[in-house]
Design a protein around this ligand. Structure first.
Ligand SMILES: *[C@@H]1O[C@H](CO)[C@@H](O)[C@H](O)[C@H]1NC(C)=O
Ligand SMILES: *[C@@H]1O[C@H](CO)[C@@H](O)[C@H](O)[C@H]1NC(C)=O
Length: 312
């Protein structure tokens, strides 16, 4: 008797459990479960860069990052290393604060669409940016470059990574299958290119100003950073500074280059592998470093990290 009661209540429990499972999978169908696996991977990958941008802009303008202003967007990932409030004029600070909040929205939009992953460890220390600049100039700048020192330095530091994310969205778009994914990436790309245009315009207005106390102008810095990214990405010319040879400008006939583009003035595209080579600073998607001491997250970045471990 006791046995049959417990058996029937077990059956009832199992039935209820199965019903719940079906219900929860029906609910999930409205989200990422409907997306092809390849779309999920391609939508998760840019979280690596969006976390970087959210933290760098938020710290630069507001003196605190996701932990302070939007803790649950971190999904529990570690706090960035070395991020600081930058010394910015009110105008630049206002613009960067807007960028920071836009990035919070981008993180939320991606996390709503795909499962996502926690914020990866980010090294946003002044030394991390100084290393990029030293590599760009192929010699150590003296004194070492401080991204947080003033408007110009901060804008130049902002030139380093966000554009790479933009090329990633252009590269991802033709590989996406679902209209939901394409809509999301178009929306992200629109605002990311807007940010890039604002940053480039602000720098273009200062193109011939020397970056104190160095002997190089703002335009030379952008040219060096772009060349470094081309070198690390290993896929030819996908990056151009603010002043170029006329043949590289729009229609091959103008040297001002406030926006970067190919021969038809279309945005350049990059694959996740090219992006990892650049943001790791190593020229190798299997070898993390630079701004990502432990590498990126998500299936694509992780697959290359596993390869690295096997190689050892
Ligand atoms: C995010 O944080 C807010 C409080 O700031 C909380 O009400 C909300 O439930 C959290 N959302 C998630 C998805 O954890
Ligand atoms: C952050 O980057 C700088 C410059 O590459 C490096 O010296 C420092 O050790 C890094 N910090 C961590 C915790 O990886």
């Amino acid at each position: 008797m006791a046995l049959s009661t417990s058996a029937s209540s077990t059956t009832a429990l199992i039935t209820a459990f199965l019903l719940l499972l079906r219900l929860s999978s029906a609910l999930k169908d409205s989200g990422s479960d409907k997306l092809p696996k390849s779309d999920v991977d391609l939508l998760e990958f840019p979280l690596n860069l969006e976390y970087f941008e959210a933290e760098f802009f938020s710290w630069g303008a507001l003196g605190g990052g996701l932990d302070t202003f939007a803790p649950n967007l971190t999904m529990g990932g570690p706090s960035p290393i070395g991020a600081r409030k930058a010394r910015l004029s009110p105008h630049i600070k206002d613009i960067i604060a807007q960028f920071a909040l836009q990035e919070f929205g981008h993180l939320r939009a991606i996390q709503k669409t795909v499962p996502g992953f926690p914020r990866p460890l980010l090294n946003l220390s002044a030394e991390s940016f100084a290393t990029v600049m030293n590599n760009a100039f192929e010699k150590p700048l003296q004194p070492s470059f401080d991204p947080y020192a003033n408007d110009i330095n901060y804008l130049l530091a902002s030139y380093v990574i966000p554009y790479v994310g933009l090329t990633g969205y252009v590269g991802a778009n033709p590989k996406l299958k679902s209209p939901t994914s394409k809509r999301l990436v178009a929306g992200l790309l629109g605002v990311e290119s807007g940010q890039d245009a604002v940053l480039r315009t602000l720098l273009y207005q200062r193109a011939f100003v020397k970056v104190y106390p160095y002997e190089f102008t703002v335009a030379e810095f952008t040219d060096r950073i772009s060349s470094l990214r081309n070198k690390l990405g290993k896929k030819g010319l996908k990056d151009e500074g603010l002043i170029v040879k006329p043949v590289q400008g729009a229609e091959g006939r103008i040297s001002g280059n406030v926006l970067a583009g190919d021969q038809d003035s279309l945005s350049f595209d990059r694959t996740p592998e090219e992006i990892l080579r650049i943001v790791y600073g190593s020229g190798n998607e299997n070898q993390p470093g630079g701004f990502y001491p432990k590498g990126g997250d998500g299936r694509i970045a992780k697959s290359h990290l596993r390869r690295q471990i096997r190689n050892f």
